[in-house]
Design a protein around this ligand. Structure first.
Ligand code: 6R9
Length: 654
């Protein structure tokens, strides 16, 4: 952690707009009143075993009942001990058994416009065949299977197929390099890799299989490679004895291959996350607790109703795709939209086109996408009828209040509540979010914790801070969806999350709680800027910049300053127009006016784009090095576009 970690943070941004849920929404909502929320919250906090025991019995299928709800010996945790269940069964078979087999589970559209719909019954057949196929090539319970696939229904079938037989999936985003795949294969000791012969991205075909072949030259543990034929008539190199076509693997397999009863604590998947420094860590989640958390948080936060068409735009390469495209909504029996390609192909209105065409009712996307839509202009939105939408969600970064307002007005037609959901790969599912029928929202706040989540904001000594004081966000009680470890690295797990405060989970984010009990995430602990002893959060300065009409996006970091300790460097992308010194001055003054002289950037650099991780988060660590004139260091395997860094270096203000 940087030297600025710990201690209290000054908060400079004030937001007083409040948006209560529309009465029509509340009338039909799953959770309708503050009292109902509070009753759930208190029950989960005061009697976690009673609360979650009842939830697990009602919401998961059990081959064998659990005998104990919780074993908690910080940081080791076990939920639903002694029980046997299966996440694939909960997501698929349970609905078929209950007579809901004909309901659409996945409505898919490929980038070129090809479409497919799979009902829960279809999904059951496909998943059976694939699971049996995996077993036929030697995959056993506990084996790790790497998945490097495009956003096709087969990607979901692959994940669920692994879960069906107790194989542990490790999905690697299909934009990563051969090096990144090999690192993950080797760290996880993966036995099999699943891929495709290509994917469509902005009208082009990306040849995934070639990348995998390069990775497999450096992945000694991989025995087999299964290849989906996503692209027809494409030359695909196949290695005799190692590579198998997906269609051959499933050709003679049974459509009723049963789900295997698994221990509650059997590993369900690992997912690599880069962290801010160092080599990616494989976050490990287990079967019952994770599945329950994904399902219940989905139902609460997205107010799931039977006729919803729900669309989470995240790729399955990220935790959001795992929890809110696969395990949460499918366990809840929801109809999920899935889209393969880019949001700006063939044009910048592709998302709005899809929403209109499929009458999507719930949209869950990320601030980075919202800022791109704003930059692309309202014309693309205005062409479409978005009246089917009733609820909007945001995840991945703090959403700048002005982006929130645009989302609310332009996409939500002022009638759709927005759920700003705060959580992490490690937490398995949403931790803090408005409940759309209950919580009055404030732009930029993830509002209140969900039942089962006990957040505390503490200083360096672990002392709980007062209202409105920013500090380190920790979680004081175990919850069913929490990570169980870092794959193969127990030491790093303890060191990273439990060494500072042994009895609390350290999130690595800063936050403050306002007088209404609402939480405001203030960015990563490492990103704090210390100006003359005042500790500022990057998001507040960024939000002030984004509230200027010319600014599309802003990333703010500290840079060494002999007098102040740290100064503020801002990287700004414009909606349109030319970067001028005049505008630089204006933006400085704007920040000064919005949040005060202290937060006024010392330096503003204009850039065509800011560097982001592949999941769309601003990479402030790299910007810090650029602002300090240093070379970049650390792991950049998740960085979206190296060229962006070069451009930023050139546009040095001084
Ligand atoms: C789900 C996901 C986790 C980090 C997290 C925080 C940031 C996510 C946020 C948010 C403010 C929100 N983050 N959601 N910050 N408001 N609604 O993104 O997981 O990729 O592991 O990232 O993302 O900093 O600690 P992951």
């Amino acid at each position: 952690m940087s030297e600025s970690a710990g201690g209290n943070l000054d908060h400079v941004l004030t937001e007083s707009r409040l948006f209560p849920p529309p009465a029509e929404f509340t009338d039909q909502a799953v959770i309708k009143s503050q009292a109902q929320y509070e009753a759930l919250y208190e029950a989960a906090k005061n009697d976690p075993e009673g609360f979650w025991g009842a939830e697990a019995k009602e919401h998961l299928h059990w081959f064998e009942p659990f005998t104990k709800v919780l074993n908690w010996n910080s940081p080791n945790v076990e939920w639903f001990v002694g029980g046997k269940t299966n996440a694939c069964y909960n997501c698929v078979d349970r609905h078929v058994a209950a007579g809901r087999g004909d309901k659409a589970a996945l409505i898919w559209e490929g980038e070129p416009g090809d479409t497919r719909t799979l009902t829960f019954a279809d999904l059951q057949k496909e998943v059976s065949k694939f699971a049996a196929g995996l077993q036929s090539i030697g995959v056993q319970q506990g084996d790790v299977v790497s998945i490097y696939m495009p956003m096709t229904p087969e990607l979901v079938i692959a994940m669920l197929g692994c879960a069906r037989i107790g194989a542990v999936h490790s999905v690697v985003f299909a934009g990563f390099s051969a090096e990144a795949i090999a690192d993950r294969n080797n760290d996880a000791k993966a036995k099999v890799v699943l891929t495709a012969n290509g994917l469509y991205r902005r009208g082009k075909v990306l040849p995934l299989k070639e990348t995998v072949d390069e990775a497999l030259a450096k992945s000694p543990t991989i025995e087999k490679c299964v290849v989906l034929q996503r692209i027809e008539d494409q030359e695909t190199p196949m290695v005799e004895g190692r590579d198998i076509w997906w269609h051959d693997l499933v050709a003679d397999q049974p459509e009723d291959f049963p789900a295997v009863p698994l221990d509650s604590e059997a590993s369900l998947f690992i997912l690599y996350t880069s962290g801010s420094t160092g080599k990616p860590k494989g976050i490990r989640h287990t079967t019952a607790g994770y599945n329950l958390w994904a399902k219940r948080t989905f139902e609460w936060v997205f107010d799931h109703r039977d006729n919803d068409v729900y669309w989470c735009t995240a790729d399955c390469g990220w935790i959001t795709g795992h929890s809110y495209l696969v395990y949460g909504p499918l366990a809840a029996g929801a109809t999920c939209m899935m889209y393969e390609g880019a949001p700006n192909h063939p044009a910048e209105d592709r998302f709005w086109d899809l929403i209109e065409k499929y009458k999507v009712t719930i949209l869950y996307t990320a601030p980075t996408a919202i800022r791109a839509f704003i930059k692309w202009g309202d014309d693309h939105v205005d062409k479409h009828d978005l009246s089917s939408l009733r609820l909007l969600g945001s995840v991945g970064e703090g959403i700048n209040p002005e982006a929130w307002m645009w989302y609310h007005e332009k996409i939500g037609g002022k009638r759709c509540p927005i759920v700003d959901t705060w959580w992490q790969t490690e937490t398995g599912g949403i931790m803090m979010s408005p409940l759309p029928g209950v919580t009055a929202t404030k732009p930029g706040s993830c509002t209140r914790p969900l039942p089962g989540v006990v957040p505390v904001v503490v200083d360096e000594a672990g002392t709980e801070l007062d209202v409105d004081q920013g500090g380190m966000l920790c979680i004081a009680q175990p919850w069913p969806g929490m990570l169980r470890g870092i794959w193969g690295d127990e030491e790093r797990y303890v060191e990273q999350y439990w060494s500072k405060f042994p009895d609390k989970y350290l999130t690595g984010d800063n936050a403050r709680r306002d007088p209404d009990g609402y939480y405001w995430i203030m960015g990563r602990i490492d990103d704090v800027i210390n100006v003359s002893g005042h500790r500022l959060s990057t998001i507040e300065v960024e939000s002030a910049l984004v509230s200027h009409p010319a600014v599309a996006e802003a990333a703010v970091v500290g840079r060494p300053d002999e007098i102040k300790g740290q100064g503020i460097a801002a990287f700004v992308t414009l909606k349109s127009g030319e970067p001028t010194d005049e505008l630089r001055k204006e933006l400085r003054l704007h920040v000064r006016k919005e949040i005060g002289a202290l937060a006024q950037p010392d330096e503003i650099r204009f850039a065509a784009a800011v560097p982001k991780t592949r999941s769309g988060k601003i990479m402030r660590r790299l910007l810090r090095d650029i602002a300090a004139g240093k070379e970049t260091a650390g792991d950049t395997s998740t960085l979206e576009d190296y060229a962006v860094i070069a451009k930023l270096r050139e546009n040095d203000e001084s």
